[in-house]
Ligand binder design. Sequence first.
Ligand code: UDX
Ligand code: UDX
Length: 468
Amino acid sequence: MNSPRICCIGAGYVGGPTMAMIAKQCPEISVHVVDLNQARIDRWNSNDLPVYEPGLDEVVQEARGRNLTFSTNVREAIHESDIIFIAVNTPTKSFGVGAGRAANLEFIEKCARTIAECSSGHKVVVEKSTLPVRTAEAVKRILESSGNGATFDVLSNPEFLAEGTAVQDLLHPDRILIGGESASAVEKLAAVYARWIPRDRILTTNLWSSELSKLTANAFLAQRVSSINAISALCEATGADVDEVAKAIGTDSRIGPKFLKASVGFGGSCFQKDILNLVYLCEHFGLREVAEYWEQVVKMNDYQKRRFSTRMVRTMFNTVSDKRIAVLGFAFKKDTNDTRESAAIHVCRDLLEERAKIAIYDPRVPESQIREELRLSFADAMGRISDHHAKLIETNVTVHASLYEATEKSHAVAVLTEWDEFRNFDAGRVLQSMFRPAFVFDGRNIVDRKQLTEAGFEVHSIGRATSH
Ligand code: UDX
Ligand code: UDX
């Protein structure tokens, strides 16, 4: 059998790393990644990749120029490929029917129309983006309406990689899921993954089960975080230690130890969006109780983020106005430069509303991105922001090049991302430049509480009573 030629529309956090891994593992398969965004493509072709992931540089360097290409030639790539992945983003709708809940499928539909226009012969179209159930059906109808004689099989192949560990997740996935009706199309795609993934980890289902499995997996994972975060509030009120509770329950093999880390709240491009999507689907099918059940996971997360900023203000004598607060970490988790839905955005917005001065440091997120996220956090549905808030961001936010620069002359330090470098810093050096009492609000429970308390800090952690 000839090697298939592959292309992928969408060179983001999912499309880029996934295609790079396929190209690395299958040197004889040509992989062409295309995107409308020229600036993004230029960075994929440079030494400064648009996505920060440990180990990704090496994977891209090995395959790029050999069998991996990045370009904006969407039509040409489609025309020349046998398997076409769609990995464009599917943000939550901000307008019209289902605003705030349903997925915006505009980009998916545009991709399907472009594929229909540029195809001849037979193509396998693979949904990589997370989609509401039954989207494949719509994609199939659009493809088949082109009338130019091309034929299509549509597969659902959701990606389960987590950012920050994408390369390892792609190398050793727990499973690959392929949903589709055509056995030959499923096998064509399965054969690609089987080059490095054991066959028993490649699961096949019908299209809708595959689409729903991705939403369900994310809902279950997010639910675990919201569950432990709910318990963290009770621990703070009663004197139990949430990390001890997590350890104790995690040793039950039915519960398991992973994904039980209490935090300032989950973020990322998927959890909230996918749950809201699930909620919208349930409502659409008249399943009100089911919708309400899952919606609580998002509500608990909003509560957790708000609870954290409120606790900071209360602890600091009910006012943070004009006080300098060092914010350590802006990415939604460590080892990524992604800030979508990061808890840090919400905490910073709340602190800015309280007129605090915030000094931010993140090892991977550029200043322009931080400012844009904060701007969007104050924007209305049309993307407009008041002069008051624009001024607040301009005058009260500074972005720094190191932890020590950010914490200088501050009243408090808030750890919002669990970057390794925040675990062990020079406590004496930070303390001597800070105002007293010197507060540390650890939104990730990573600092050495005992050591910092002994050094003279007042440490507030998630799900623990305060140390003085
Ligand atoms: C993720 C997941 O793929 C998806 O499952 C989830 O539903 C949304 O977020 P991600 O790769 O993280 O996608 O998105 P992003 O980094 O925004 O990348 C999408 C890319 O698609 C962008 O580079 C964008 O320019 C490109 N795009 C979008 C196109 O090339 N064409 C379009 O029509 C729309
Ligand atoms: C998630 C899913 O894990 C992945 O399978 C899917 O493909 C995309 O969505 P991602 O959002 O990249 O991946 O990262 P993940 O590691 O799941 O973390 C999501 C958020 O939950 C982060 O903000 C993280 O800090 C938070 N989290 C995670 C916790 O607060 N506590 C935990 O115990 C685990």
